[in-house]
Design a protein around this ligand. Structure first.
Ligand SMILES: *[C@@H]1O[C@H](CO)[C@@H](O)[C@H](O)[C@H]1NC(C)=O
Ligand SMILES: *[C@@H]1O[C@H](CO)[C@@H](O)[C@H](O)[C@H]1NC(C)=O
Length: 553
């Protein structure tokens, strides 16, 4: 079984079955004469005019080791280096890959080393043709399959697009997977695999797990569907004017409201069977002025008006009912509500109208979309806001087992190491978020920089809010800050004085001058200091916020 394997460093085929330790990789690197990076991957120099003007692929590429949560030492990948730039790079296959009657397996690793907010990380399997070798790779280079993560704002998907030629029009159509699954956005490596089987079943796997599986020929899987519908609505068929599509009609035999139908009857009436209890006293008030409340001493009837004591329920009414008596309400048996003419089933009803179906003149049957046209290269062509996206261990071939073996030998051991680091960082962030330190000494010892930052932030925010209260409530903190500022300005003053004396040794009145200058300096130093510390805390704050948002996803 023939297959092609690419690694950014062309290492993959050899590391696949190896024990992946540093020594091994170094030894293998020496033994194997793999082509240099430039011989495999070729950055594009194309200049293209798109809808948003002319652009060229200015994004830089590099082959380097991972810088975030590094996995295996010495293991390099192909890295997108320029933020907010168009990137394009391609690798010509040693021989075109023909998938006729075969299974296609394409697999590669993506590592978003920076928190990924907007940008693609998908690859294209480029159609084999002469232009592939003579022209620069660009967004217009024809491809057979596009596959991989793409995320921007709320859009987050794993693209799967297959380009098929319409044999009637001769045009190529992009068939997109409907409702594509989301890409993984953590900062460790994730492994993406696409399998298109010769029976037209396909699978998308992420980190070895099948997350989507279906058949390409299923009408509801791709949009537009691989095959157009066999029949379409006849546009010339118009709904007949006498077509009856009202399912029910008013009952003509009951055109008028029956005479005994009283629309004015209320829905509820007082219960006629209940009579007023004999001891009920309608002339006794339910509420009485509170006898215990006296007129306040300072009440001034002229100014405050007449004193009205608050009311309380009349205690007498606990023995019998008081006030106006009403019977409880019950449903009115005569109530009928508004009269509406009854409806009956329409005897002429013909059902909903739909136009006649006719054979689709543009129908064709593409029974084997897995028979892709020959593939000549792998291309990565994308725009991204975040750089340092690392690609590695590309596999393009016909064997699921080979792809799995490669994944097991490269991705799996690497990912164990990376995930441990990422989880550690997440825990640390979580701890910080919850201020998990038991005491400030604990905090200071564990992370002095963070402590000083948090401390200054605490001081600035609270002191600014209400200085007096802060000094009263946190006298120690206030004294510590004053002491620290005094210390810093004294040291600076000393240094300035020394410098002044050194620079101007022959001055007439060195002592006096030094003094006056240092007073000025003192003032300006302390304002500068405040500004600087405010600035640095602001930037740090931003940094923390952006760090946190990384993990919000
Ligand atoms: C890859 O590893 C998994 C888990 O250990 C195993 O089930 C699978 O058979 C392996 N695949 C190959 C092709 O070795
Ligand atoms: C990254 O995402 C994958 C897939 O969900 C998961 O297996 C892995 O544990 C994640 N890593 C971290 C550090 O969360």
């Amino acid at each position: 079984m023939r297959f092609s394997v690419f690694s950014a460093t062309a290492l993959l085929a050899y590391t696949a079955k190896a024990q992946l330790n540093e020594k091994d990789i170094q030894q293998r690197e020496k033994k194997i004469e793999h082509p240099p990076f430039k011989a495999i991957w070729k950055p594009s120099n194309a200049i293209k005019s798109g809808t948003d003007g002319e652009f060229s692929y200015v994004g830089k590429w590099s082959v380097e080791e991972s810088i975030v949560f590094p996995g295996l030492k010495g293991d390099k990948g192909l890295v997108v280096k320029s933020p907010a730039a168009h990137h394009a790079i391609s690798a010509i296959l040693p021989e075109p890959l023909d998938n006729k009657g075969k299974t296609l397996v394409v697999q590669y690793e993506v590592k978003f080393q920076n928190p990924h907010e907007c940008g693609g990380a998908y690859i294209k399997l480029l159609s084999d043709n002469d232009e592939l070798r003579s022209e620069e790779f660009s967004n217009e280079s024809p491809y057979q399959v596009m596959f991989g993560p793409d995320k921007c704002g709320s859009t987050n998907k794993i693209h799967f697009i297959i380009r098929r030629k319409n044999p009637i029009t001769g045009d190529y159509e992009e068939k997109h997977l409907k409702n594509p699954p989301p890409a993984l956005l953590n900062r460790s490596t994730n492994l993406y695999t696409l399998v298109i089987k010769e029976n037209q079943d396909f699978e998308i796997r992420v980190n070895g797990k099948i997350i989507r599986a279906a058949n390409l020929l299923d009408e509801n899987i791709m949009f537009p569907s691989i095959n157009p519908p066999k029949e379409i609505d006849d546009k010339d068929d118009i709904k007949p004017s006498d077509w009856v599509d009202d399912i029910s009609i008013p009952d003509l035999s009951q055109a008028n409201k029956p005479e005994d139908w009283d629309e004015d009857e209320p829905a509820q009436i007082p219960d006629p069977d209940v009579t007023k209890p004999e001891d009920w006293k309608e002339d006794v008030d339910e509420y009485i002025p509170d006898p215990e409340v006296e007129i306040p001493e300072d009440w001034d009837a002229e100014e405050d008006g007449e004193f009205v004591p608050p009311e309380i329920p009349n205690p007498e009414c606990e023995l019998h009912g008081c006030g106006p008596w009403t019977a409880p309400l019950i449903r009115n048996p005569k109530y009928k509500g508004k009269w509406v003419q009854p409806m009956i089933a329409n005897p002429d009803y013909k059902g909903p109208w739909s136009p006649r179906k006719i054979p689709n003149p543009n129908y064709y049957e593409d029974a084997t979309p897995s028979d892709l046209e020959p593939i000549g290269a792998i291309g990565i062509e994308l725009w991204t806001m975040q750089n340092d996206i690392l690609f590695d261990n590309f596999y393009l071939g016909h064997s699921i087992q080979e792809a799995e073996e490669i994944g097991n030998a490269t991705f799996v051991p690497k990912n164990v190491i990376e995930n441990a680091q990422e989880e550690e960082e997440m825990k640390l962030m979580e701890k910080k978020r919850h201020r998990g330190y038991n005491t400030w000494i604990d905090h200071f010892i564990n992370d002095p920089a963070d402590f000083i930052f948090e401390f200054s932030r605490f001081f600035i925010i609270n002191f600014k809010a209400s200085p007096i209260e802060f000094i009263l409530n946190q006298p120690l903190v206030f004294l510590a800050v004053v002491a620290a500022l005094t210390l810093v300005s004294t040291v600076l003053l000393g240094l300035i004085a020394i410098l002044y004396v050194l620079v101007k040794p022959s001055s007439d009145k060195p002592a006096e001058k030094t003094k006056s200058v240092s007073t000025e300096q003192k003032e300006s130093v302390s304002t500068e200091q405040k500004e600087a510390s405010a600035k640095s805390s602001a930037t740090k704050k931003n940094a923390t916020i952006s760090k946190r948002t990384r993990f919000a996803d």
